[in-house]
Write a protein that binds this ligand. Structure first.
Ligand SMILES: [Zn+2]
Length: 406
């Protein structure tokens, strides 16, 4: 078993403080990437590089199969309401055994713990029966799965198993709902506001559709593990020649969470049937994310993110449960995330067995005074080291996937 010494625990805490102090809003991850490259080198990993998109990729035992990949995103969301924070979001203050700061739970704690997990593994001298990759990616917050897609399809990093370090509160997650973003446009005809009948009001048309959307949202498919799908209107805009004219255009956006069994086609068809029923001139389409990474790598992605769940009896889930049980002497809960992760690509699209384990708390992500319990971060480092050893196997001992399968 891998145990951190008190000195290593305080070094890990210091690394997390540094990570929180290094701001890394989505699209601005360069400084954090540089810091992580040097920390990974310090941990004893020789093969560390930054790929075309700006993701940090560290490889231990490159070329050996199977490949286990630890995933963490480097980016954070923005602080929108600084006054709501009691603690400075960028200081990494420690109080009552917690470390406070933007991205502490989501998910710099995991990045730091993964670095120390790898360090312990290397120092132990154990030879892994396969390759361990640490992939610290960019722009997960606005467009989850995109960086992993580049890593797998452009960079040729093809893992057999993935562990996402998104916050799980030290439990194991094995799935999440997916999502689709849609835009609905209604068309009217402009006329003078003094004579409403001279035009057709595009906002009124949109209102009827929105009412239909609200009714629909209570009648979506349900899945026993992932829960029901959901649907809400998130933004609305309109245009008119002036504020004393009948609006000729209105458009609004829909956030549709997909549970197992639901997909893009179904989500679109439901909205189309609302449009048909209301009999208003309108169109619906899937939105596109259009971004550039800090290295200048441009990417576009239709905003369709499939739901996924790895079966509870899958060997990866079972093995991870056994590892956590061994290290913590407690049986972890096997649950799901409410939010979306890079698993939409690794499992949802590429069908690579994926689970999540991380020290943060998902309910603290994206909230003021986000924090993480330091004892959990220290323990997580030991668990990451043990997971790599157990899943891949070391020296004579077999892991859960043999080298020949891929
Ligand atoms: Zn996250």
């Amino acid at each position: 078993m891998f145990r951190l010494t008190p000195k290593e625990q305080s070094d890990l805490t210091n690394l997390l403080v540094q990570l929180v102090r290094t701001r890394s809003r989505s699209g601005k991850e360069e400084q954090l990437a540089q810091l992580l490259v040097s920390e990974l080198n310090k941990a004893g990993i020789a093969d560390v590089r930054v790929d075309r998109m700006g993701n940090v990729v560290a490889r231990i035992g490159a070329g050996r199969r199977p490949m286990l990949l630890f995933n963490g995103h480097m980016d954070t969301v923005d602080v929108t309401d600084r006054a709501a924070w009691q603690h400075d979001p960028w200081m990494g203050e420690v109080a009552n055994g917690n470390l406070y700061g933007l991205g502490s739970s989501d998910m710099k704690a995991s990045l730091a713990a993964m670095v120390f997990g790898a360090k312990k593994l290397i120092e132990s001298g154990a030879r892994l029966n396969g390759e361990l990759v640490l992939a610290f990616v960019v722009q997960e917050e606005p467009c989850e799965g995109m960086a992993m897609q580049v890593l797998v399809e452009q960079e040729g990093i093809r893992p057999d198993m993935v562990i996402l370090g998104e916050p799980t509160h030290m439990q194991i997650c094995r799935g999440q709902r997916g999502r689709v973003e849609m835009r609905v446009d209604t068309r009217g005809r402009s006329g003078h506001a003094a004579r409403p009948d001279s035009g057709e009001n595009a906002i009124y048309a949109a209102m009827r559709l929105i009412f239909g959307v609200e009714l629909l949202s209570g009648n979506l498919a349900n899945d026993r593990f992932l829960g029901p799908g959901s649907l809400i209107v998130t933004q609305i805009q309109s245009s008119a020649p002036s504020r004393n004219a009948v609006p000729d255009r209105c458009w609004f956006y829909l956030d549709r969470r997909l549970t197992l069994g639901e997909n893009e086609t179904r989500a679109m068809a439901e909205i189309q049937s609302v449009i048909m029923r209301e009999g208003v001139p309108a169109t619906v389409e899937i939105t596109e994310f259009d971004g550039v990474s800090y290295t200048g790598y441009p990417f576009r992605k239709r905003e369709v993110f499939p739901p996924w769940a790895l079966p509870a009896e899958h060997p990866l889930v079972q093995a991870a449960v056994a590892t956590l049980r061994q290290v913590t002497e407690k049986r972890p809960e096997v649950t799901r995330w409410d939010f979306s992760t890079d698993g939409v690509y690794t499992m949802g699209q590429a069908q690579i067995p994926t689970i999540g384990f991380g020290p943060g708390r998902d309910d603290l992500a994206h909230t003021p005074d986000e924090h993480v319990r330091l004892a959990d971060v220290h323990l997580a480092a030991e668990i990451y080291a043990q997971l790599a050893a157990d899943l891949l196997g070391t020296d004579g001992r077999q892991g859960i996937v043999s080298g020949s399968t891929t």
